[in-house]
Write a protein that binds this ligand. Structure first.
Ligand code: HEM
Length: 418
């Protein structure tokens, strides 16, 4: 979609576009978002620096308030996902292959989401719960066996990857490692250390093609030899006479690998750090784990905001936050800012595990794309923190090393000792 007769506007003086902005810590970025939320909750910015291709537009709207994020999310007919969902320009073929139904609008989005939901049966979810509990105990066994190391590698990385590929039915460890490695590539191509001298586009394409192939190969295997797993359900499931194609299943594998890995991984790392920074909150949780964990998990997700941004495109001329938006213009939502909004949360700068109500936008601002895996993520956090807090009481974390990027708030490594 091209934007016609877009007016010339001044860019906001508080810029969020440079790579250097997204190389700062979340606390440093919050200083800028705080100003924007208070004074200009919808602001106009130059296209983001460091994208895979030169920008085709001359700016992007950035929504930083809780109110605007929910308004945008709940009006997909005005703010659509089918024209891309990343803050920066991404080649169209990559978007289609990587986005699955995250990058679709009605009616295709509803059809795909319905088909996939039909494959996540209650029986499957119950089965995975018992396995997540068991796997969390094993991960903490491994942690306790090694007095010091990297918490991300030893703990945070393990459970999300294990859960996703267990659900999917990806069996051997080598293929799981390969998939998780490429899932990382999908979100970290902008990081110089990860790219290690390769072109960012090369890292992304390599990861994307590898994941697509893994998903499609697995679909072919399950068609030939069905098993009791999600991938078998996906190749067999039928809604209103329609089945998923191999390309659709491959693309969903990419979406699951990305959506289900980094998000929960970083929630684990940064929640563990928050519990260390706020020892009174840790004690409160330990005093009544079963009674407080459900409420606490909402605060974990608000506090960490592992998915920092998503974008929509205006389908028509409209008015948002008092500004005239032209059809085709981009509107980015900063969830991490919405989750610190003083108008939606009392003392948002405090990590409060008893916060209730907690209308955070960590899983999205509502609407049709609301995180489909939120219940799986919550199961993982519940079982893993049960193990960590009760069995590793002397755990100490050092300073995290962060990934540079505007999408996922990611910790590359974080030292621990027992
Ligand atoms: C704490 C962990 C997680 C966070 C913070 C998170 C966050 C999000 C967000 C912000 C969205 C977009 C919402 C929107 O556009 O309105 C999303 C979508 C999605 N998430 Fe999650 N997610 C998490 C874990 C997971 C897990 C574990 C899975 C898979 C098992 C998953 C699967 C998905 C899928 C499939 C979508 C696309 C839904 C759609 O477009 O209809 N997520 N998630």
């Amino acid at each position: 979609m091209t934007v016609t007769d877009a007016p010339l506007r001044a860019y906001d003086p508080v810029s969020v576009s440079p790579v250097s902005f997204w190389a700062k810590t979340a606390e440093e970025r919050e200083e800028s978002f705080k100003i924007l939320r208070a004074e200009r909750p919808l602001s106009w910015h130059p296209p983001l620096e460091g994208g895979l291709m030169p920008p085709e537009n001359d700016g992007v709207w950035v929504a930083t308030s809780h109110e605007l994020i929910t308004e945008i999310s709940k009006h997909p007919e005005i703010f659509c996902s089918g024209e891309g969902f990343q803050f920066e320009e991404v080649p169209e073929d990559i978007l289609t292959a990587a986005g699955s139904f995250l990058g679709m609008d009605a009616p295709q989005h509803g059809r795909m989401r319905k088909l996939v939901s039909a494959a996540f049966t209650p029986k499957q979810v119950a089965k995975i719960h018992a396995q997540i509990k068991d796997q969390s105990a094993r991960i903490v066994d491994g942690l306790l066996a090694q007095k010091e190391g990297d918490f991300v590698a030893q703990v945070s990385k393990k459970l999300p990857m294990w859960t996703i590929y267990e659900m999917v039915g990806l069996e051997d460890d080598a293929r799981r490692e390969e998939a998780a490695h490429h899932a990382d590539g999908m979100v970290s191509w902008a990081d110089e250390e990860v790219a290690a001298g390769r072109e960012p586009g090369e890292v992304l394409t390599d990861s994307l093609v590898s994941l697509l192939m893994l998903g499609m190969d697995l679909a072919a295997e399950r068609r030939a030899h069905p098993k009791a797993d999600l991938w078998t359900n996906l190749v067999e499931v039928e809604v209103d006479g329609a089945k998923l194609t191999d390309e659709e299943i491959g693309s969903f594998f990419v979406l699951l690998s990305v959506a289900g890995n980094d998000t929960t991984r970083n929630s684990i790392s940064l929640t563990m750090r928050a519990l260390q920074q706020f020892p009174d909150q840790k004690q409160l949780l330990l005093d009544d784990y079963d009674g407080r964990i459900v409420t606490a998990i909402e605060e974990f997700v608000r506090w960490v905001s592992p998915v920092m941004t998503f974008r929509r495109t205006a389908t028509q001329d409209t008015v948002l936050g008092g500004h005239d938006i032209k059809a085709g213009e981009w509107v980015a939502m900063v969830y991490s800012s919405g989750n610190r909004d003083e108008r939606a949360f009392d003392r948002p700068e405090l990590f409060d595990i008893t916060r209730n109500p907690n209308p955070h936008v960590g899983f999205g601002g509502g609407g049709p794309h609301y995180c489909m895996g939120n219940f799986v993520a919550k199961m993982q956090l519940r079982e893993l923190f049960d193990q960590l807090l009760h069995r590793a009481p002397t755990l100490q974390l050092g300073e995290p090393s962060y990934l540079t990027g505007n999408f996922v708030r990611a910790v590359k490594s974080m030292p621990y000792s027992l």
